[in-house]
Design a protein around this ligand. Structure first.
Ligand code: XMP
Length: 509
């Protein structure tokens, strides 16, 4: 393995913790997000160049408040505490934290003399979210920034390399946040900036080459970003990779052709593309209940894959597209749980293999995309929006038929084309058309029509857990509506979905 520098982000349960880790990575420094309960020896064994204590919902003076071994503060490793983390450093070092002037939202930060504030504007906006504050600093510490309400917005003891900020440098509302984090990493911790996707790809390919050699590897390609990047990395390292792509016939227009073109023709992979469309449609005949559709599609998918895997026979390795957010354990011990990855549900159970390889286990989604570009995958694959496993099967309300799939594919294609043309594709997290089973009366030429209503969904979101409907300009909606109704036979009315999640979900089924 490489000797890459590591920063530990110690998780005290705050809502921005993954964001802190991503910001550190964006500064080209590798970091790991670990729960505050991680044994100290384990943390020190990683020889971190710096440690960041995150925020959290607790206050340091309450009973059983999350804390750490004082050895961490005495180790000489630079520590930056953010919000709760800042108060914890003060508390553990002999200062006083009390309930005091609370602050939420934007505040004006006045920054003083500190290596953290090199090149930072004297006054700037920062984001605060706290109910306690540092009332008295520990001996040896000095205040380095204030806001009108917070007397200790930042403090430090340079001698012990302990730094704290009450505000959140990781959120975008903190104008100088990235610079401040960068200063901690480079000025204080001595980071070299060795975490780049170029380095990662080269190291991973070398590691896979060594580990797998010419042994037999199997990968289920779903068309999604994670499995695509994982498979491509393995392909660049190992000659005996077989990829299986199950086309359930419920993909978007041209998607299967694009997948085959990229992976088989461009990348030169051994790709088995199984055309199982008719099989899925016959299983879905007469089925209208969403959960039933999902279950049928999921079960059939596994069956088809199992049949292909049997033909291939025993393999040494199975590639999975697990990414870092799937691996991260929460800092709040009680509910800590590692999510199991299920992008192509339950596959390990149906394949005869010896070991799983997960080349993307260390990467956040944006890094997976950067890595994808690095190894030569096109934007059509790398920037693909989230797409549910059951595909258009859950975007056709009611029974799924070949005719309806075709209608929806055409409408969805126009929708995506116009969103891209309007330059909105980068801002909208997910956008797609839905074919309802409602028919309404319309008039075209002098003819009466009785066709389907097409729903348009577009949401902004960070992780799909919550979402808001996207404010697409009316003139863009007008073009989309007009084109779909004119160009897609079977649709005569368009409805735009203006519901957030919750209470609605992103998909309609
Ligand atoms: P909902 O509809 O639950 O969707 O708000 C949240 C996000 O998850 C995607 N989604 C799925 N992804 N398999 C997947 O891999 C599925 O069965 C599935 N169902 C929903 C959805 O597109 C959205 O991004």
């Amino acid at each position: 393995m490489s000797n890459r520098q590591t920063v530990i982000v110690l998780d005290f349960g705050g809502q921005y913790n993954q964001l802190i880790a991503r910001r550190v990575r964006e500064c080209s420094v590798y970091c790991e997000l670990l729960p505050y309960t991680t044994p100290t020896d384990k943390l020190l064994a990683k020889s971190p160049i710096g440690i960041i204590f995150t925020g959290g919902p607790s206050t340091v003076y309450e009973e059983n408040a999350p804390t750490v071994d004082s050895r961490l503060l005495e180790s000489g490793i630079p520590v930056l505490g953010i919000c709760y983390g800042c108060q914890l450093i003060a508390h553990m070092s002999g200062g006083v934290v009390a309930t005091g002037p609370r602050e939420y939202g934007r505040q004006t930060l006045t920054a003083g003399d500190s290596r953290l504030f090199d090149g930072v504007k004297k006054t700037s906006l920062c984001w605060m979210s706290h109910t306690s504050y540092i009332e008295k600093l520990p001996d040896g510490f000095r205040v380095t920034a204030t806001t009108p309400t917070c007397p200790v917005a930042a403090a430090e003891c340079e001698e012990k390399k302990l730094y704290g900020v009450q505000f959140h440098p990781e959120v975008m509302h903190t104008e100088e946040g990235t610079k401040i984090l960068r200063n901690f990493l480079y000025n204080v911790c001595g980071a070299k900036g060795d975490w780049t996707m170029g380095n990662f790809a080269a190291e991973t390919i070398a590691r896979l080459k060594e580990k797998i050699g010419d042994k037999k590897v199997l990968c289920a390609l779903s068309g999604g970003v994670d499995s695509a990047v994982a498979a491509t990395l393995v392909h660049k390292a190992c000659p005996n990779l077989v990829c299986v792509y199950v086309d359930h016939g419920l993909m978007r227009k041209n998607e299967t052709a694009e997948i085959v073109r990229v992976f088989r023709d461009e990348q030169g992979m051994n790709l088995i593309a199984v055309d199982a469309g008719e099989r899925f449609l016959s299983k879905l005949k007469g089925v209208t209940e969403p959960e039933k559709k999902r279950k049928i599609i999921g079960a059939e998918f596994i069956k088809v894959f199992e049949e292909e895997a049997k033909k291939i026979g025993a393999v040494d390795y199975l590639v999975q597209g697990t990414i870092y957010p799937d691996v991260i354990e929460s800092g709040l011990g009680a509910s800590a749980k590692i999510k199991s990855h299920h992008n192509v549900g339950g596959l390990p159970d149906v394949v005869d293999f010896k070991e799983i390889v997960e080349p993307l286990r260390d990467l956040f989604k944006d890094e997976v995309r950067a890595c994808g570009f690095e190894i030569g995958l096109p934007a059509s694959i790398v920037m693909r929006q989230p797409f549910p496993g059951p595909g258009l099967g859950i975007r056709i309300i009611g029974e799924v038929t070949a005719e309806k799939v075709k209608i929806l594919q055409e409408a969805d294609y126009i929708y995506r084309e116009e969103i891209a043309r309007a330059g909105l594709d980068k801002d909208i997290w997910q956008y797609f058309a839905v074919l309802t089973n409602v028919q309404t009366v319309g008039v075209m030429g002098d003819e009466r029509t009785y066709d389907y209503v097409c729903g348009l969904r577009a949401v902004t979101s960070v992780d799909g857990m919550t979402a808001d409907w996207a404010r697409i300009p009316y003139d863009v909606l007008e073009v989309i509506s007009s084109r779909i109704v004119n160009e897609v036979k079977g649709i005569n009315r368009i409805a735009y979905d203006v519901t957030s999640k919750p209470p609605a979900t992103i998909e309609w089924e």
